[in-house]
Design a protein around this ligand. Structure first.
Ligand SMILES: Nc1ncnc2c1ncn2[C@@H]1O[C@H](COP(=O)(O)OP(=O)(O)OP(=O)(O)O)[C@@H](O)[C@H]1O
Length: 274
């Protein structure tokens, strides 16, 4: 390794290993357990989500990544058999407190799903819907600007600018996913949860979304579930490795991919299981 490489690595490492302070912790999971009926899916997960960083959740299929992600904006509430124990905070506030307005929580902690799920409405309305119900636009010109900026940021505007009134469901799968990303961005959430957001996208669209994720972290905190080690390494600053419902290890992404402490992480990133 030459001096330049060492300097770059040292800079990256020192930025990422900065101790977590209350100021840079956006969300905190403490002893999070999730049950689906009698089956326990998460076993006491402790995880910090740092502000303006991308945290990647990795691990073999069924290890609980999506379950943990869904705890962060109470999407597990929508699953009848699901029960969550432990504590999860957003800016220090318990999001499972009975006084929490779940609709408001989900506008602060938005979500992009694995399968594109546009509303059966026009492309324009898909993006405008959230800002409208949250009163984010004063007039039509404001709304047009929000819709255009959101579609541009999601790398979709050029493909749809001449057919904004066509149904969102008429787009290709990859375009639909970018529409869902535009929809998430449009309400200016503080945290964006992404559950394998690129699995339906081609490599060019994937690259664009990864660039977008990097841009978005200036203003938002992002948590992404991914099966792609390359994607986790490219987009995240922190990586959390899950295994059989436990958090095996969490740390700076460079360290996790070059010198992990836990053998399960080592085995997973080298393709020995998963
Ligand atoms: N709605 C549900 N009802 C019952 N069990 C569920 C439900 N969702 C997930 N599980 C179970 O919880 C465990 C964790 O699943 P989860 O989807 O969180 O894992 P994952 O790591 O995201 O998997 P994948 O990478 O395959 O998406 C699995 O054993 C799964 O079968």
């Amino acid at each position: 390794m030459n001096i330049m490489d060492e300097a770059i690595l040292e800079k990256a490492m020192s930025a990422d290993v900065a101790p977590a302070t209350n100021e840079n912790i956006k969300m905190r999971g403490e002893k999070v357990c999730v049950f689906y009926g009698d089956k326990q899916a998460l076993f006491g997960v402790d995880l910090l989500i740092r502000q303006n960083q991308v945290t990647a959740l990795i691990g073999p299929s069924g290890c609980g990544k999506s379950t943990f992600l869904r705890c962060l904006n109470r999407m597990n509430d929508t699953i009848d058999s699901a029960r969550v124990e432990g504590k999860i905070t957003l800016d220090g506030e318990d999001i499972y407190d009975r006084n929490i307005d779940v609709v408001e929580l989900r506008s602060r902690v938005g979500m992009v799903f694995q399968k594109p799920n546009p509303f059966p409405k026009s492309i324009y309305e898909n993006v405008a819907y959230g800002p409208r119900i949250h009163g984010l636009a004063r007039n039509k010109a404001d709304m047009d600007a929000i819709v255009e900026t959101s579609l541009k940021r999601a790398g979709l505007f050029n493909e749809v600018k001449d057919r904004l009134n066509d149904p969102g469901t008429g787009l290709s799968g990859g375009q639909q996913q970018r529409l869902c990303i535009a929809r998430a961005i449009a309400v200016s959430p503080e945290v964006i949860l992404m559950d394998e957001p690129c699995s339906a996208l081609d490599p060019i669209a994937t690259a664009r979304v990864e660039e977008l994720i990097d841009e978005l972290r200036e203003n938002y905190t992002i948590v992404i579930v991914t099966h792609s080690m390359q994607q986790a390494a490219r987009v995240s600053q922190r990586t959390a490795m899950f295994h059989l419902g436990n958090l095996a290890e969490e740390g700076p992404t460079e360290k996790m991919f070059t010198n992990p402490d836990d053998k399960r992480t080592q085995d997973y990133i080298t393709g020995r299981f998963g």
